[in-house]
Structure formats: structure tokens, C-alpha cells
Write a protein that binds this ligand. Structure first.
Ligand code: ZN
Length: 159
């Protein structure tokens, strides 16, 4: 799947809820995971592949997470770290996020699930859920800089 780049209006839409978690949705989740791994990203939201629906995939190295209609139930603490985005290849930014979140969503067969995340996974999920609301990290970053400025010295999160 082709990853949409900032400037594409689909990235700015409020994504619609997924009504039924059917085979089409599972195929989309599979294709999104493939695209995420192929791009060496740690997360990908459906609007990034041109689908304005509320679903995302993520893998920060601890296994694949697939969330349909995710909602953040609570946020706790604060972390500041560098983020990049597969849809904004040239920039990175320092972004303030909650350190820990609790999220409810549906899984790939439509069952309600809950996930507690902290650290990098919490950052990644907040970034992806922002995508579902048409928000890009550059909208909320404390500081934005060219990706080339940090490539050598820091590990940048791409999602
Ligand atoms: Zn992103």
C-alpha cells in the first residue's frame, strides 16, 4: 500500500468508526502491517494508506498490536521524545506525550479489548490515534527539525 504524504487531505480528515469488523477489515489490517514493516515503521494508521477509518497497527518490538476503533480511557504522567512519521519523511520533532495510557478498542475479530501501554508503545499509540483525528505530530511538537539533523545521533521513532 502506498503511504500518503503530508499535504494529502485524507491525513486531515476525522476518520470514521469501523462499523463491522469483517474480513475486509482483517485484510486491511494485514496489508497495513505489511506496509509498516516494509517501511521500517513502528506504527501505521489507516488514513496513512488512504483509508479514513479508525484503525491502526503498531509494533515497537514487542509484537503486533491491531486496534479497531481505539479510544484512550486515561492518560498518566508525561514523556518528551523524538518522533518521526512515515507521512512526513523530512522532519522529526520533540513531542510531549502521556507516559502511560489505557486504551480500549476492538480486536481483529471484533471483540472489545483493553491495553495498558507505557513508554514507547504509549507514545506510538498516541501518535497513531492522533492520525485518526487528522492530527500530525508537527501540529503539536515542541520543536520540529529536519530529519537529517538527528539521523546520526538519535534513534527516531517512525509511525
Ligand atoms: Zn505518523
Amino acid at each position: 500500500m502506498q503511504i500518503r504524504i503530508a499535504g494529502d487531505e485524507v491525513l486531515r480528515l476525522l476518520a470514521k468508526p469501523v462499523k463491522r469488523v469483517n474480513r475486509q477489515v482483517r485484510e486491511l489490517l494485514d496489508e497495513m502491517a505489511q506496509s509498516m514493516y516494509a517501511a521500517s515503521g513502528i506504527g501505521l494508521a489507516a488514513p496513512q494508506v488512504g483509508v479514513s477509518r479508525r484503525l491502526l497497527v503498531a509494533d515497537v518490538g514487542t509484537g503486533l498490536v491491531e486496534l479497531v476503533n481505539p479510544q484512550i480511557l486515561y492518560r498518566e504522567g508525561m514523556q518528551v521524545g523524538l518522533e518521526g512519521c512515515l507521512s512526513i519523511p523530512d522532519l522529526v520533532g520533540e513531542v510531549e506525550r502521556a507516559e502511560r495510557i489505557r486504551v480500549t478498542a476492538q480486536n481483529r475479530v471484533g471483540h472489545q479489548m483493553w491495553i495498558e501501554a507505557d513508554g514507547l508503545l504509549a507514545r506510538c499509540l498516541q501518535h497513531e490515534i492522533d492520525h485518526l483525528d487528522g492530527i500530525l505530530f508537527t501540529d503539536i511538537a515542541i520543536k520540529v527539525m529536519p530529519a537529517s539533523a538527528v539521523q546520526e545521533t538519535a534513534q527516531v521513532v517512525l509511525d
